[in-house]
Design a protein around this ligand. Sequence first.
Ligand code: BGC
Length: 887
Amino acid sequence: MKAVDYSVLFEDNFKVARRCASEGMVLLKNDNELLPLKEGTVTAPVGRDCYNLLKGGGGSADVRSPYVKSLIDGLREIEDSGKISVCSAAVDAYNETNVYDDAVIDEIGRKSDVVLVTISRFSEEAFDRKAEKGDYYLSNEETALFDQLQKCDSVKNIIVILNLAGVTDTSWIESYSKIKSVLLCWLPGMEGGSAIADILCGNVTPSGKLTDTFAKDYFDYPSSLTFVYPYNKTEQRVEYSEDIFVGYRYFETFAPEKVIYPFGFGLSYTKFEYSNIKFESDESKIHISIDVKNVGNFSGREIVQAYVHAPLGELAKPVCELKGFAKTKLLEPNESQTLDISIDIASLASFDDTGATGFLAAYVLEKGIYDIFVASDVRNQIKAGSIYVDETYVVEQLSLKLVNSAVMRMSQDGALVPNVIGNAELDEFNELKCSTNEKIMLKDVADGKATVEDFVAQLSDDQLIELCQAQPPAFPRGTAGVGNLREFGVPNAQTADGPLGLRKTTPTTCFPCPNLMACTWDAELQYEIGKAIGFEGISTKIDILLAPALNIHRDPLCGRNFEYYSEDPLVSGNAATAVVKGVQSQGMAATVKHFAANNKENLRWLSNSLISERALREIYLKGFEIVVKQGKPWCLMTSYNMINGTYASANHNLLTGVLRGEWKYEGAIMSDWRNSVRQFEEILAGENIKMPFGYPDEIALTQEMLQRGVVTRAKLQQTAIPVIELILKTDVFKRNDFGPLHRIKSSGKTSIKAMNLTGVSATWCAAHECLDDDGGYNVAELGKDRRKMDTYIIYRIDVESAGKYELNARIATADDRCFLEYMIDGEKVAEAKFEHKSTAENPYQDWFDVATSIDLPSGEHRFDVMIRTIDEDDLNGISINRIEFSR
Ligand code: BGC
């Protein structure tokens, strides 16, 4: 079998990645119009990061792209087209550091017109960034380099490229007069270097605008007071005492002087003029139209933002809030376009969680004048019109649900009942009874011959629990599967991360990080990225994408800010909606995550986000509300943290009350991986799938809770329904894909390529490219997983005739203490030990056969290859290329 060349199949997506990268980069400074570079400019990339651009962050968002273009690669491409050239003195002097001799810098200065310096900052999940030199602040080495460049007479101009995982200190920029231009490229994906070069030389006019505020200092952010760093090892109380005043809502209201680059800001090479602003309003909507004209000398695109200035009443309010935006097409010089922005009047309301307005637990429009402004950024606003509310009124009456959220509470008769506050729908279900004695296959449901309810009603308790647990991944290093109830025709839908593209062991496109995607303010482009990821998913048989992620950038140090969009919920919700629609247009499920208030990473399993209900609803849940209502994601992932003392995944009021009850969410809800909550608590709260796979102790506890009546069979049935519906929607069901079934011939040889599996144990199994003629991948690097569980590979076999077979596994290993155990339908049937001690330079290419004999029953069976080790505590490493049966 010849392997698919994904670099060819996904080529169009690489172009989308490049286009998005250049559309979302933000030009922060451009004195004397240094950019775009004039023809013939000699550029000198100086310092380590010009040669090693960070494409993305780490953790589950890390994408294995086929290549990454750094700044130097991008410059070389432009050099090839003859526009600019690269200073060879700079390239020759590159020494993997930022440390140069003065004489070298002088030579580079003399031989070039501009010096380019890149500042890169990495970040990854489970760790927050630090307000220290080398992370939030410049390192001593970086400062020394700028000092040296500034001092050196021959250096004329400096251009800074900010290659950042999140907001980072920029206060130093103004202390170096030679820094004329600054381009923020965030983590721009695999095509980043080309996209930067496209902007530098004017192939693309920058049009990105900030979706976060850059303040003068980290400690200017109000969240810095409570972000908890350094941390201790107990529960972390994180008080969101700034309440709704997040990002520009805080800075514009209380501390405008502390801002360097305001929200919505971004320069262009051209200029735009706004005119002919029209404002109309009716009962429910405000309509604004505005003519935008390109009055400069370059073609370019403009983003127009609309802000509301709400009247002060009983509730605290920021001076302004973003309520809409639109982006022009590419306008040639002198070309105009009319942009339309419409705003729901209901979206101007505030949530009253104290009753101060007289309307407790309601979205309230307080009386007074609401001025609406159009703006090129939060600081440059032009009044478009006003609406007048003469009497305070309720836009939506809800109930308080998120303050005290214990899952269960004891009732008068001593029984534990779900703790439902206010008017959330009660989840009292009757047990479903199947209306037929015939076995119902999932296809019967798809064909309309049976209902999902009947399908679920026929399943045993254990089968229901199985459905509500994750399943083994069907590819190495996979995250987990969902479904997998073969006897009822339910396939195993595969999940994969994530926000920057598909994370697999085979190459996929690494798109720019979501904070860059957001800065495009371009829903069509965000949709295209979603579509591209969906295409890659379906092409590689991944049916559930673990993205988009849309938590709010509450604090610059959150380790996952690069996976999230913005400090603003409208920007986040709209971007996620576009991505979800794009992904799902391909038949792949999108999973919006992490629901909710996951705004820091250190000790995320213990973190307790203490937030007012108002801030939750207006800021931290708002983006999710937008994407749930408008994007209709098929899946949602809860977060690790607690919200006001209750874990998000066990929070009945959040999941059943708000998400399903108020927002009418109908998709499946999954937990995050190995969180701190037990499955039965999640079932009670309304969650459907426990990730990442069914641990025996977890299953046993759920069974026990079922026996004790804490979880009812009726509840379990309801929990399984969205899982079934999810599978029905995805491509795996339409493909009728149960993974490869290997027919074992009754005579001669049957050879199975190791990669042709239907499942592997979760985390510790990778795939290596196979250097043999047959190409493809070997299953490799097996060992015990983090919970010290043995790893295994699952195949499905169909044996023509029962009998004794010779079994040869072709393996390579440096470790002669490991051995293989073979299981048929969960029972050990044979083992294969060996004494091969490799002396090869690369023992993982030193292949040999391990032979044993095995009794096979006829017909279809599950066949597991377990990797065991003689020494219980040891990890072992092994590569498997193929398994061969002969008779
Ligand atoms: C992350 C999720 C991710 C999952 C699977 C977890 O650690 O928090 O965002 O989808 O791993 O990789």
